[in-house]
Write a protein that binds this ligand. Sequence first.
Ligand code: ASP
Length: 342
Amino acid sequence: MKKLFFLVILFAACSQDKKGTEPEKANSMKEQFAIVIHGGAGTILKENMTPELEKAYQGGLDRALEAGYAVLEKGGSSVEAVVEAIKVLEDDPHFNAGKGSVFSADGKNEMDASIMDGKNLMAGAVAGVRTIKNPITAARCVMEKSQHVMMVGKGAEEFARTCGCEFADTAYFFDQKRWDQLQKVKDTEQSVLDHGSTSANDLKDKKFGTVGAVALDKNGNLAAATSTGGMTNKKYGRVGDSPIIGAGTYANNKTCGVSCTGHGEFFIRSVVAYDVSSLMEYKGLSVEKAAEEVVMKKLVELKGEGGLIAMDVKGNITMPFNTPGMYRGYMKNGKKEILIYK
Ligand code: ASP
């Protein structure tokens, strides 16, 4: 009898304990948060890098990760986190976004940015803006304070003013190495026109320095954002994939968040970011498999160079690219990793 009484007490204690752990488990699932970023893909090879430059890139990525992660840790939203991370990279001239953006054929900086909130599928984008210090803040403003998704040029700048976005004059965005890059690309283009082909050396410098971020916050919401100066020597108001929702940026709590970098024309034609999400939604692929399918098969078949970062609602992260390198990193459960080469 004594033994039976003891067993009953033990059972009651155990079931009590079990009840107690369930909400904790659910809570810890919700408490999962993470951020992943990129600073562009391309012909990024160790042999072409100096230790100083490598350190500078790593430093920029590190500061961006810390800025985004700090927001998430405090319980901030994934939208806030991706904006804070991207602002750091836009302010860093090593990356092709904000200060340090590449030059168009007529020697101008024309920047594009976009953001999407996976919770409600709201999105905002700006293209061809020239004086907004952090174009990502203007994209966010379009998403949150207008009835539109995309604004371009002067109109986008006018609207950004009404939102209180910070402005800088065109000289702020000037970067000597970007200017030299433009001259080099122009020379290459001329030599293609003159001789009909490019040398391996000319192609060695191909880099896409766009920046992007995807975050998952403590409430289980995903957001993705991308910001760029576009491609060197772009002409006639050319706009790439970065500000196009579905091509360069996409987020949906049902599937994943995605930010792309690479030769934008190919990313637009392949609807890359949405394709990753669709493969998950309609075919049940994991985020790794879906991203691999698009970057390593679909894009490669089209000869579209670049890569992407993606994260699903459980915080699984993938960062595939079909170029020699991609500036990238993530921070999850306090662990941080920053990578450049294959
Ligand atoms: N995707 C960008 C564009 O085509 C370039 C980049 O990723 O660096 O504008």
